[in-house]
Design a protein around this ligand. Structure first.
Ligand SMILES: [Zn+2]
Length: 281
């Protein structure tokens, strides 16, 4: 604890506060007054309340249910997209096979037509040759039947894939629309919290800059070290930081100290401010 006394800020910017009380007894070390004449420890509690509020807002922002919901929807949309790509892949293979079969069917038909024309146009073709041509035509007919059966099988196999793709498309559209709504809700909720955060952060900056430097930096380092709470109220005999009861002798000692003396909770190490006021909710 230093004996440096924080004082009124330089009067060049603003006149001295009107309500500066007369210094009847020496103010304890570290007990300058803020620009508005409020005791630093009172301002410290306000700073702590603002920091608590800011931490709550940040927690609420991080824990917005829309964020989780959006993540789930995005994951589901990813699953749908992946499955659709798989089905498209299988479908493309079948379509390729169907096209090859159709090309084959076309070539078979052309070959048969050519043979038939030759057969019926040619006069004086030896019977043996005609028989050979006729046999080939029969073979080509069988081949066509076989190819058409194969194509039918491919078309039958395509049906469920097309149905699944249509269903996946519908799922994708539905999930996409839902994600759009949730994203908009998230942006709105974040915006509201950000607005309030900006107000609280601004208020915090004003209060922090009014505190004596040593008290402020001591508070800041305690706050970082002790889970966001650097200053606590002594309510009755209980520390609002660690929620433990202080020994009654210690409470008596603290309450008898000159107002504004900076003391710390011997159990949690936080700056302890005697007050009857419970912490703001
Ligand atoms: Zn404590």
């Amino acid at each position: 604890m230093t004996t440096e006394q924080a004082s009124e800020p330089p009067a060049e910017h603003e006149p001295p506060a009107e309500h500066e009380p007369p210094a009847e007894h020496e103010p304890p070390a570290e007990h300058g007054r803020g620009p508005d004449g409020r005791p630093p420890l009172e301002m410290l509690l306000e700073l702590q309340d603002l920091d608590t509020r800011i931490a709550q807002l940040q927690h609420r922002r991080a824990a917005l249910s829309e964020r989780q919901e959006l993540a789930s929807l995005t994951a589901a949309l990813g699953d749908v997209t992946r499955r659709a790509a798989e089905v498209q892949g299988s479908r493309a293979e079948l379509v390729e096979r169907q096209q090859a079969l159709e090309a084959d069917i076309g070539a078979t038909a052309a070959r048969r037509e050519a043979l038939e024309q030759r057969m019926y146009a040619a006069r004086g073709t030896p019977a043996r040759d005609l028989q050979v041509m006729d046999e080939e035509i029969q073979n080509l007919r069988h081949r066509r039947d076989h190819l058409e059966d194969a194509e039918l099988e491919v078309m039958v196999a395509l049906e469920p894939l097309d149905a699944e793709l249509a269903s996946l498309d519908a799922d994708g559209a539905r999930l996409g629309a839902q994600a759009g709504h949730v994203r908009a809700a998230l942006v709105e909720a974040e915006g509201e919290l950000d607005e309030e955060l900006a107000v609280q952060v601004g208020a915090r900056a004003a209060v922090a800059s009014s505190l004596p430097e040593e008290l402020r930096s001591r508070y800041e380092s305690l706050r970082v070290r002790l889970g966001g709470t650097g200053a606590a109220r002594l309510v009755g005999s209980r520390c609002s930081g660690c929620h433990l009861e202080l020994p009654s002798m210690e409470v008596d000692r603290i309450r008898r100290l000159p107002p504004g003396t900076v003391v710390t909770c011997e159990q949690c190490g936080r700056i302890l401010v005697p007050t009857a006021t419970p912490p703001a909710a």
